[in-house]
Design a binder for this molecule. Structure first.
Ligand code: SF4
Length: 345
């Protein structure tokens, strides 16, 4: 983009998006209305990756608000995956016996326009106070069946290295935990935050995994690739999480390029999420049949290393299930990666 009006700071409202050159001034009034309802933040790294000349730029689509967000469809809900009924203490979501979510902050580096927690996240969102964090840790300490803690939010990697070090150390000291997993968009959204100090703060005796949320290969700028390298080189394995998004990655070529990009950067594709029923996001949702067709298309073209699991988080808090295509048919045949059918006794 034209660097002449590039602000080198995060754009947090319609006026700043106009100043940054990624929003047509004629759309400012409608985007002001969206910004009153949902948080807005587009970091310099993402502003830089947006092509304002492209009418349907997949980077802009993910981060620059659109008036379509003001339309909520009847099936959409404020808490699409049912976090609230599974929140025993503030900051903890406990849905499955052996793992919990721990949400130390509700703020993010960027606010994705399709976010499944868009009613909860935002700059004014509540971070856990030290006392609340201690209560959340006590909840984990008191339950030996909890084996894995997933730090999420918000985005935990916007916390200072000092704060992260304290949280990771507290979790590392809990005997019955085996795994600390960190869900983040920061390595692509704000790669400058991934300093050696921050990476060192994540080191623990327990297994630490970083799951990166990225949806389009163009999110992997040179700085983003370097940030991922810093994490992996520290011995911290990375996994991917992506959301299947109409107009962003719902075509075979983009999806293939995204998955190959993850693997080339030593990030194992983990989940491809079917888009949740978050309010004002119907313009992003594909059908499950479309998602299955995309997964089928990938099967014959990319290696198993590049294959994510296509997953649906059942609305209402009933958990995640794989919803990918089946290759076993009722007539007793099995389908090969190119569509041929074969008898299998
Ligand atoms: S980074 Fe994650 S939690 Fe934050 S807005 Fe994006 S999808 Fe939502």
């Amino acid at each position: 983009m034209d660097g002449s009006h590039f602000p080198r700071r995060t754009a947090r409202d319609a006026a700043e998006l106009v100043d940054a050159g990624v929003l047509d001034p004629a759309r400012k009034a409608e985007i002001d209305r969206v910004a009153q309802r949902y948080a807005v933040a587009v970091t310099p790294a993402i502003l830089d990756a947006i092509d304002p000349a492209a009418p349907h730029d997949p980077m802009a689509r993910q981060f620059v608000p659109s008036a379509a967000e003001l339309a909520t469809t009847p099936e959409e809900r404020a808490d699409p995956i049912g976090d609230a009924p599974h929140t025993p203490v503030k900051g903890i979501t406990h849905r499955y016996p052996d793992r919990v979510l721990l949400k130390p902050t509700h703020a993010c580096a960027v606010y994705c326009r399709f976010c499944f927690r868009r009613e909860m996240v935002g700059p004014g969102g509540e971070a856990l106070s030290p006392a609340e964090l201690e209560t959340a840790l006590d909840y984990i300490r008191a339950r030996p069946q909890i084996w894995e803690v997933i730090l999420t939010g918000g985005d935990p990697l916007i916390l200072s290295p000092r704060r992260l070090r304290e949280i990771v150390a507290a979790l590392d000291a809990i005997d019955h935990l085996g795994v600390i997993r960190i869900h983040t968009r920061v390595p692509v959204a704000d790669p400058a935050r991934i300093t050696d100090d921050l990476v060192n703060a994540l080191r623990a005796d327990k297994a630490v995994y970083v799951a990166l949320h990225a949806n389009h290969p163009r999110e992997f700028t040179e700085a983003a690739r370097a940030a991922c390298r810093r994490i992996v080189d520290a011995g911290i394995p990375m996994l991917s999480q992506s959301v299947l998004l109409k107009g962003v990655n719902d075509d075979p070529q983009t999806l293939e390029a995204l998955l190959r990009t993850f693997v080339r950067n030593r990030i194992k594709p983990y989940y491809l999420h079917h888009a949740d029923l978050a309010p004002g996001t119907s313009h992003f949702r594909t059908s499950i049949a479309e998602g299955q067709a995309l997964m089928k298309n990938l099967r014959g073209r990319v290696s198993g290393l590049c294959q994510p699991t296509y997953i649906l988080d059942i609305p209402g808090g009933h958990g995640k299930v794989p919803v990918g295509p089946s290759y076993l048919h009722r007539d007793g045949t099995v389908e090969d990666p190119w569509g041929g059918r074969h008898e299998y006794e």
